[in-house]
Design a protein around this ligand. Structure first.
Ligand SMILES: Cc1cc2nc3c(=O)[nH]c(=O)nc-3n(C[C@H](O)[C@H](O)[C@H](O)COP(=O)(O)O)c2cc1C
Length: 428
């Protein structure tokens, strides 16, 4: 089984197989530090043959959070807590990478003192939840790039085996890439060469901080799924530039808070129909439709994008989004389109799944749609996030995930920041 074969990254590090846990923000930190629950959760994942575990986003600045209980690593005062976390994950031979993130304009105002972004362009949802960001100055941009480097260096010290830039889903790095969020007219905005400068500078800062032999990856969008947004052609230019700059792996995803494609093309299409945000002329509509047609056989809804990017770069590609069976995962790797398969929600429902997928080529997992029956709520990508977060919390408490858990229980978790988003949608 190709899934079970090791892979060596450009930096020389080998991962023991092709199954990776993709980042899932756990929202389980205690005072923004890893504690018992995070250790238990990662020990459970690590005990089950998985090749690579990528953490949920680790923030570079405690004043800039995506969720209240994010992990923050900005100085060396709490390295022992981080070392307990990495040791728990690594006990049984898995590698653990930290996903490093800055929320940019997706920082809910309730939990952040200031909101910054490439430009003062507000998110088109949840008027109460997210403030209009302040457009970063040149000095502030350099300051944040340095913070990514600092966090990467600290991750290495804390025992992580690699780091990943969160360059997807509408957070700061992907905001710079997006022509909708980034309307700057200086060298950080405009052409794709300018828009990708921030991602490349972050990569350079992190590489400088960790050295040539330490894995540095990035998760990036194949597209933002919005009219006039970052598209597949942009993604190819960025992937080539990242490869030239020595990135070790590119994980492909898509979407943002405004168009939450990361958890399903079905939802994107539905929201596109609702918001008319997809531009048929970019071909995104067609690509999504074909992705949906083939989902039954191939599951992974960004696979058509991966196949295209594969033709332009040789760097190891990881594909995440929709994989549910050993058969589809093996086929994706065997086709050569991708090198590593990523799983998120399945590992929240069955943390031992990697072992089963590696030992049985017919293994699969079925996940029930997360629905409350309240249409406005069910449209929100955040509901899925809340629901699976509850499952992660259970695993962190030493319990089994509960497939019968009511999605309604996820609602309070969404908090003010998300509920105001829901309310604004209900009345749109
Ligand atoms: C609870 C939850 C939290 C997530 N947090 C992150 C995150 O911190 N960073 C990230 O890149 N993706 C995050 N994602 C997206 C997943 O990594 C993944 O791209 C998405 O769930 C699709 O993969 P799947 O079909 O295997 O679940 C999150 C998803 C869920 C369900």
């Amino acid at each position: 089984m190709k899934l079970a074969t090791p892979i060596t990254l450009p930096c020389g590090v080998t991962l023991r197989n092709r199954i990776a846990k993709s980042a899932m923000s756990e929202n389980l930190a205690v005072k923004n530090l890893p504690g018992e629950k995070l250790c238990k959760l990662y020990e459970t994942w690590g005990a089950n043959s998985i090749g690579l575990i990528i953490t949920g986003n680790v923030m570079v600045d405690g004043n800039e959070l995506g969720e209240p209980n994010n992990v923050v690593l900005e100085d060396d005062s709490h390295l022992p807590e981080f070392r307990s976390w990495t040791s728990a994950a690594k006990k049984n031979g898995a590698a653990i990478w930290a996903q490093i993130n800055h929320p940019g304009r997706q920082a809910p105002s309730a939990i952040s003192r200031v909101t910054v972004a490439p430009s003062a362009v507000k998110l088109k949802l949840g008027n109460l939840a997210f403030r209009t960001p302040h457009a970063l100055s040149e000095t502030e941009i350099h300051d944040i790039i340095a913070k990514f480097g600092r966090t990467a260096a600290l991750c290495k010290e804390a025992g992580f085996d690699g780091v990943q830039i969160h360059g997807a889903h509408g957070y700061l790095v992907s905001e710079f890439l997006s022509p909708l969020a980034n309307v700057r007219t200086d060298r950080w905005g405009g052409s794709i060469e300018n828009r990708m400068r921030f991602a490349l500078e972050v990569l350079r800062a992190m590489r400088k901080a960790v050295g040539a032999k330490f894995p540095v990856g990035i998760k990036m969008n194949s597209a933002d799924f919005q009219r006039g947004g970052f598209d597949e052609d942009d993604a190819i230019v960025v992937a080539q530039a990242l490869e030239a700059e020595g990135v070790d792996m590119i994980e492909i995803s898509g979407g943002s808070y405004e168009a939450s494609a990361m958890t399903g093309a079905q939802e994107v299409l539905k929201s596109a129909r609702d918001t008319k945000s997809l531009d048929a002329t970019t071909g995104a509509q067609e690509v999504l439709k074909s992705a949906l047609t083939s989902t039954a056989q191939r599951e992974a809804y960004f696979l058509p994008f991966a196949e295209r990017i594969r033709k332009s770069v040789k760097v190891p590609l990881m594909l995440t989004g929709g994989f549910r069976s050993a058969q589809a995962m093996n086929a994706a790797v065997e086709s050569g389109a991708v090198d590593i398969t990523g799983l998120a929600r399945p590992l929240a429902m069955e943390p031992e799944l990697a072992r089963r997928l590696l030992s049985d080529s017919t293994a699969r997992i079925e996940l029930k749609p997360v629905k409350t029956g309240i249409a406005a709520v069910d449209r929100m990508g955040a509901l899925e996030i809340g629901y699976y977060s509850l499952q992660l919390k259970r695993i962190g408490e030493g319990k089994k995930p509960d497939p019968h858990l009511s999605p309604l229980l996820a609602l309070p978790l969404l908090g003010l920041n998300y509920t105001s988003g829901i309310i604004s949608r209900m009345f749109r």
